[in-house]
Design a protein around this ligand. Structure first.
Ligand code: FPP
Length: 249
């Protein structure tokens, strides 16, 4: 039996978030420059996107570039931006063919103009697709996102639109970049690191975390299926007891 066939399609996470980590170490292992790792990471992006869409995952968020990544050597940042532009340009047709909608989260105003234009075009061209939404986190940091949300809520309050006692989970969720998407139920991080690294801190409150030892450029469909099978073994209690989960609601 193939790994894929063991997955219970009725118990899939609606939204999977992925920290694609280990490109640099993968390249170094082979005596190559870090950028070689990023280039090879694009194939893994294709694989998980295709695997997710084939199974019926509705939302997939990929952490492609963090706010902190701007501090990397100029050469590496430029290479990543160029890779982003060329990849998006090359993949628009495939996204449309597979009925996948592209969206971004993050402070994308910080990206070079060419990357912003390419992304806008891809978002516009795929906006009516409804099989899966692929969300790229670009120039993203969760703390900045939360700061922007607090500022927006303070403005709404000051303008008289939001009394303090009405500030609740929903008003905060609506002020985040992710307002149009459900929270991820599963977060995968590759490369053996077990950290969240400023990624979706609010949204991952109840997510199952899965850490794979595989470096991102080696991550293939079967690794993704393993993460989903592991997710399906877990009991999601949301603060309740196991016994409560067995009771009819
Ligand atoms: C982390 O590895 C990876 C990144 C910072 C960039 C991820 C980008 C891609 C996979 C390519 C482009 C993606 C799209 C969506 C077009 P790292 O450099 O932190 O590796 P290290 O931890 O081994 O140094």
């Amino acid at each position: 039996m193939e790994l894929k066939d063991k997955i219970d399609l009725k118990n899939l996470p609606k939204h999977v978030a992925i920290i694609m980590d280990g490109n640099g170490r993968w390249a170094k292992q082979q005596g190559k420059a870090r950028v070689f790792g990023h280039k090879n990471g694009v194939q893994s992006v294709r694989e998980v996107t295709e695997a997710g869409a084939e199974l019926g995952i509705q939302y997939m968020t990929l952490y492609a570039f963090s706010t902190e990544n701007w501090n990397r050597p100029r050469f590496e940042v430029n290479a990543l931006m160029t890779l982003l532009v060329t990849t998006i340009r090359k993949e628009i047709a495939t996204l449309n063919k597979n009925n996948i909608r592209l969206r971004t989260i993050g402070n994308t105003q910080m990206l070079p103009k060419a990357a912003q234009r390419e992304l806008e075009e891809a978002i516009e061209s795929t906006k009516d697709n409804n099989r899966m939404t692929l969300i790229l986190a670009l120039s993203y940091s969760s703390k900045s996102e939360i700061i922007a949300a607090v500022q927006s809520i303070a403005k709404q309050h000051k303008a008289g639109h939001l009394p303090i006692e009405n500030i609740d989970e929903s008003s905060i969720s609506k002020a985040l970049y992710t307002k149009d998407f459900p929270d991820p139920e599963l977060m995968i991080r590759t490369s053996g690191e077990s950290r969240i690294s400023n990624f979706l801190l609010w949204q991952l409150a109840y997510a199952e975390l899965y850490f794979s030892p595989v470096f991102w450029p080696d991550f293939r469909k079967n690794h993704f299926y393993e993460a989903l099978l592991n997710f399906q073994l877990r009991e999601r209690r949301f603060g309740r007891t196991s016994e409560q989960l067995d009771e009819p609601s």
